[in-house]
Ligand binder design. Sequence first.
Ligand code: ATP
Ligand code: MG
Length: 561
Amino acid sequence: MTELTASTAEEKALNFIEQIVEEDLRAGKHGGRVLTRFPPEPNGYLHIGHAKSICLNFGVAQKYGGGTNLRFDDTNPVTEDTEYVESIKNDVQWLGFHWKEERYASDYFDKLYELATLLVQKGLAYVDDLPAEQMATLKGTPTEPGTNSPYRNRTVTENLELFEGMKNGQFAEGSRTLRAKIDMAAPNMLLRDPILYRIKFAHHHRTGDKWCIYPMYDFAHGQSDAIEQITHSICTMEFVPHRDLYDWCIENLGIFPSKQYEFSRLNLSYTVMSKRKLLQLVNDAHVKSWDDPRMPTLSGMRRRGYTPQAVRGFCERIGITKNENLIDVGLLEFCVREHLNKIALRRMVVLDPLKVVITNYPETQLEICHSENNPEDPESGTREVLFGRELYIEREDFMENPPKNFFRLAVGKMVRLKSAYIIQCNEVLKDTDGNVTELRCSYVENSKSSQDTSGINVKGTLHWVAAQTALPVEVRLYDRLFQVENPSAEEGDFKDYLNPNSLQVITAYAEPALQTDAADAKIQFMRKGYFYKDSDSTPDKLVFNRTVGLKDNWAKVATKA
Ligand code: ATP
Ligand code: MG
């Protein structure tokens, strides 16, 4: 009984793709070999949706001792670029995955042409002269069968000649196509004599001007899988209707029997995910670049301070199913926070400074205090923080008329300054408009942290910096890029729903340690959030991105998991 429960639980923990792979392994399919591929089109930067696909493809192969090819699906010469190829490779590596082989669908153009010719020879493909519009009309509708093209019954010889002519550039763009000869009455519209090749006089980023005909996705993808002997070709749900054609090509060409399996795409709230839309945001300057920290791209997330572990943890947590849904971006932020809490260095930075003068502290004295780098990591040690007569604290940590449960600073009240002394506020100075400009405080001499003999108990601890050594830094505070949960589902243009306040730039006062911390250090500004040094930083001016705030809206999820 116990044994049964245990094995059932283990069974349940497998996602449906893993179940399929295990069944195939049990059946001895492909000699126990597992080979997947990740097939991005190099027409943009990778986003968090791609991360889900990468984690699945590489993860499944890794788990079963197989491999994963990185294949650039570069069959559309017009939108593709080498810049994108490089960024994609970089992002996959950043996520922590290693591909078996780097392949390009364009490497197979010769082979694909040969395979298309084979279909023609078998009488299973023909050259059609119908213009695009007419072809669409003759296609029928989901409820009405289509009509055969008048060119459908050309002889094999004529088709071979014309197809070669297409390849040799003898015909104008759009004048002819190569179509599969399947069934114009097929219930699946994609089987109604789909186009396999079109004429395009376009320069390709890898093959140059060698080709003026290019294979359609449906002819390139499955055949590329077969050429590489991919065992499990995993893609997203919108390709379900393509599966019949995928299988038809493989069967009729008699090539390696790769199989296609579909899972649901990742949709994330308060953002858009399609590369086409992300490109618009870049081109229309709504963001600064593909790696703008507000973008859902992996390069944007990296620049913002997200870690690969956090992104992988997120993909693990959302799981693999066939159900479309909108995942709360808060879950991603929870995963980021969870990892950063373990690794981030703690530093004190005041974002909105209010001056404090310790009236009973010597004018020029600076005193060393020791503060832990990361209480979550005993190995991380301590650092020196300088205490002096003039300090900055956060403006919101003082109130003139505080409510009862306000444990921060107010006239007559005491707080501890982190890793330093207990202070009491005695007097408030204001400008002529009545704005608070300075607090006059006194410190309790024998209350220094770790050697406190004062016997005084205070409830609040504040972060602070010494005015004399404080380092002004630029801080970029990010908010959601869109104001609505699902911008793509709203009426009109998705760009109408951009959040105009998605970026706020301020100057903050930091403890000097920030100057010497490693460039890629993940940092917690104590009580304020996690921050990461931006690549715009110069020796004279450090710039920090807010990765994510400290507030944890996902506490319930955490305790459940
Ligand atoms: P986009 O619409 O953003 O351009 P795409 O599907 O056209 O996406 P490709 O470069 O063709 O992008 O995708 C490479 C792989 O990543 C494909 O297998 C695709 O199914 C997968 N993928 C793309 N977007 C998502 C997503 N949101 N969730 C999961 N997988 C995705
Ligand atoms: Mg695509």
